[in-house]
Structure formats: C-alpha cells, structure tokens
Design a binder for this molecule. Structure first.
Ligand SMILES: [Ca+2]
Ligand SMILES: [Ca+2]
Ligand SMILES: [Ca+2]
Length: 486
C-alpha cells in the first residue's frame, strides 16, 4: 500500500529568536514500488556544475529489475525535480544476469545478484554517481566455491552514458578472515576532488575496512570479464590485531579537512569498536593509516552509526558530528531511557578538538542521530546548520527531523533547535521512520528524507536494518517562512 506524504510543521517555542524555516507545507513526494524499500538512500543529482536542472536519486534495494533470472536485485531511481509522485524511473546501472564460468566441465555462476541490496547506498559528486549492493555475493576463488557477501558498487558518469563496476573486496583473499564478508558499499562518499570512498564493515572477521579509488581509474580499462581486476591507485586499510574483530569499521564514512593542509582526511564510524563503546576513526587519505579516534561514552549506544562533517561555528575549520542512536539517558531514580545522542567535536586547531558538545534526543526509542545532514547556512546568519533524523520520535513514533542552527559560540552555548518537522498522520495512520535517511543540497537549501511503512519491533541496528520504505519526501527550502517564535 502506498501512502503519500501529507506534512505539517511543528513550530518551535523559541523566545525572541528570528529564524528562517523550511517550507514544509507542500513537499515534493515521490513513491516507488511497494516493498522495494524505495527511499532507503537518497541524494541530489546535477549532471554538470553549470546545469540548472537538479534531480533526485533514490535507492530501492529490494526493487525488482529487468535483469534476467535475478530476483530483487535492487535499483536506483532517477526522479525529475520538480516531478510527480510516479515520475521516477530505474537507472540501468546493470542489465545483466549472473556471469558464468566453467568448473570441471559445467557452467556455474560466478556471482549472485538476487537479493544483493543494490541501492542500499547512493552518492553523487559533480555528475559522478556511485551506488552499491553490499549483499552482492560471489563464488570465491576456492575450488569448492563458496558464496560470500563481498559487496559491489557501480559508477556512472556523463549523464548515465558510461557505467563501470567496482568491487574492491572481490579478491583472492576470501573467507571471514579475509575480505569475503566485506559488504563493500555499505557506506560511500566522495572526497572534494571526486575520489570514491567505500566502507566495507565485514572484512577481517568484521573488523571492517575503508577503501578509496579514483573514478577515472575505475572506468579506464574496465572490462566485464576482469572479475578480479585491481583498480590502479586503489588504497585500503589493512587488517589489525584480532582484538579489533567485530568492530564494523566503515559502517559510515565522511570526509573533511583536519590537518591544516589541503589533503582531506577520511572519517569512518566503528560502532562496535572499543569494547562496544564505539569510536570514529580519522584516516590519512594518502596512505589510509589511522590518525586518531573519537570514542563513544556509553557501551552499545552505536556511536558511529552515522558521521558528518561541516563547520558549525564559522571559524573556517571542519567539525565532526557523530550519531549514537541507541544512547540511553540515565537520570537518578528513573529507568534509563533510550533516546539517542549526537556528539559535535569542534576543531580548535589542526588535529585538536573540543570536548564534545552533546545533542540529546527527547523521544524514548526515537533513534535520534540515525541520520545527520549538513545543510549549509539555512537561516542566512553566516553559520552552517544541520539536520538530525529521529525516525521513531514523536508521540505517535512517526519520526521527526530536527533542524539545528550553528553559531559562533557553539562550544559554550551549543546548537539551537530551530525547527522540528514531521510527517503528518494520514487516514491509514502515521508515516513511521520519517528521518531515517537525510541528504541536503545547498544552495538552494533543500533536503531529502524518507518514510517507510513497516518496521519490526525494536531491534538493535543490524548491518542491514530490515525496514520497508514506501514513500519519499523532499523539502524544498524556499525559506519563505520568516517567523518570530513565541
Ligand atoms: Ca588534511
Ligand atoms: Ca568549525
Ligand atoms: Ca545558519
């Protein structure tokens, strides 16, 4: 069943603060096939930098495709903006069946694309697009042949006229102790130069791994037949001691500048590292060695589930935001409440950060911090702003997106909550999961978020959360609403 988003805005009670707000009365709404998890990932797409036409890409990791013999390969949809709810169409990243090989005289599939979750991640950078299938399996190099979830990604350039596959963990290093369970593409991002960053949280007994590669190198010399091809110039983190097993390095990735030069560093969430306190690693992008960590404060809070980078206090230095959506608030003489928390680390000098500024969720089991999206400067006061998703927040647990404004004195005054958005109830009930995924475009200040229809009883986040998205909402930030709080 489809549900269209009908939205309302909860205006915050802020005394004497003027603020611009997202205009949320009539968001653009897109929808995909029922059960396809349409909206699991989202991004904006601009074919060229001087192009005025901006469109929207939406991942639907359980969508069926026209690939022969493949069930639920997953897809990424191209949606024109502005556009009608049903105007999205699948992008043909891969039209083919499983590749085959001859083993002992019989033809066997080399890979397994059914249920591979293509579209679980999608990211764009100046006309380049990457989308990944973290549950793509392939038959290992072993004679016995085993199915292992190495994951794979596809890149597209030149307005979807050229495609290539990039599967950095499909190597001759199989099994759990190698890259066999990598799930490459669980998270993806780009550096400012357009170099691809891929997280694979299952490598090396789930220590996890981060890889980078250039898009030009992925495309040059690409061949369907070269299954074990190594992309020239690819870089990756390596296996550590076994005390790092089950850490999930690469569950989330982001990029920023933290050393005072122009070579960006990588930021990667490790939500089960540090004895399950979770940490976030800063990684040198030149050699992929570890520089320093930010460590969580509470065991099993899933610190590092999400990461983001932006400058929130206007000093020109990138700051780091880390989500811990299972953080529990413990008050004296009351039961702990699982509300979720976001930590902001302000860069005070190269490789030096403030004590974290904490933003704490208010809704029990709301999973505040599941998604974090830098917004640019929404209210035009000179300081960047940020959106935080709280997908099961609200009295009806339908989900909330909270907008926080940066300022000069964030370290002492924190961030200011300026707006709380929600999906309104519909005749068939609320739209749960509003704010599960977030991505912004600046300018014009707009952001994408999604809702989904069914979700299981509260379970800890698994490497792939089992959610079913059915609708998808786009807030156009015309900033027409200037209001004075009461
Ligand atoms: Ca740097
Ligand atoms: Ca800053
Ligand atoms: Ca601002």
């Amino acid at each position: 069943m489809f549900i269209l988003g009908v939205l309302s805005v909860l205006w915050p009670a802020l005394s004497g603060v003027w603020s611009f707000n997202f205009y949320a009365e009539h968001p653009t709404v897109y929808r995909g096939p029922d059960g396809s998890y349409f909206g699991y990932s989202v991004d904006f797409y601009q074919a060229t930098t001087d192009s005025n036409s901006i469109s929207v890409l939406v991942g639907a990791p359980k969508a069926n495709t026209s690939q022969p013999g493949i069930v639920e390969a997953g897809a990424v949809y191209y949606c024109p903006w502005p556009g009608l709810p049903d105007s999205c169409r699948q992008i043909p990243f891969d039209n083919s069946n499983n590749r085959m090989m001859k083993v002992n005289g019989t033809r066997e599939p080399v890979e397994f694309k059914s249920h591979q979750w293509f579209g679980a991640s999608v990211r764009t950078h100046k006309g380049k697009v990457v989308a990944c299938a973290p549950l793509y399996h392939w038959r290992t190099v072993k004679l016995s042949g085993e199915k292992e979830p190495v994951g794979t990604c596809y890149v597209a350039i030149q307005n979807f006229s050229a495609y290539a596959e990039y599967s950095p963990c499909r190597t001759s290093d199989p099994d759990p102790e190698g890259q066999g369970f990598c799930q490459a593409g669980f998270s993806v991002d780009f550096t400012k130069e357009g170099r691809l960053v891929v997280g694979g949280p299952g490598s090396f007994y789930w220590q996890g791994q981060v890889m980078t590669a250039g898009i030009a190198e992925i495309l040059n010399g690409y061949s369907l037949k070269a299954i074990l091809r190594r992309v020239p110039g690819e870089k990756h983190t390596r296996a550590a001691e076994d005390t790092h097993d089950d850490s999930y390095l690469g569950y989330s990735v982001a990029v920023g500048e933290f050393t005072g030069d122009s070579e960006q560093e990588l930021i990667a969430g490790v939500p089960r590292g540090a004895q399950s306190f979770g940490y976030v690693a800063m990684i040198n992008s030149t050699n992929l060695t570890f520089i320093q960590n930010f460590t969580g404060e509470q065991m099993a809070s899933y610190f590092g589930y999400s990461v983001a980078v932006t400058d929130l206090n206007g000093d020109g230095m990138d700051d780091v935001l880390v989500g811990a959506p299972l953080y529990m608030e413990r008050e004296m003489e009351s039961k702990p409440r699982e509300v979720g928390r976001v930590y902001l680390y302000l860069q005070t000098a190269p490789l030096t950060f403030s004590q974290p500024v904490a933003l704490t969720g208010t809704y029990t089991f709301g999973r505040f911090g599941t998604a974090i999206a830098p917004l640019g400067d929404v209210n035009q006061d000179g300081y960047n702003d940020v959106a935080v998703g709280c997908p099961f927040g609200g009295e009806e647990r339908g989900g909330r997106v909270l907008i926080f404004n940066g300022n000069k004195d964030v370290s002492t005054q924190g961030l200011t909550l300026s707006q709380e958005l929600r999906a309104a109830r519909t005749p068939s009930g609320s739209l749960p999961g509003f704010g599960f995924t977030l991505h912004s475009l600046q300018p014009p200040s707009s952001f994408l978020t999604s809702t989904f229809h069914r979700f299981p009883p509260c379970t800890p986040p698994l490497p792939i959360p089992m959610f079913s998205h059915i609708a998808f909402l786009l807030f156009s930030g015309k900033l027409i609403s200037q209001m004075k709080g009461v």
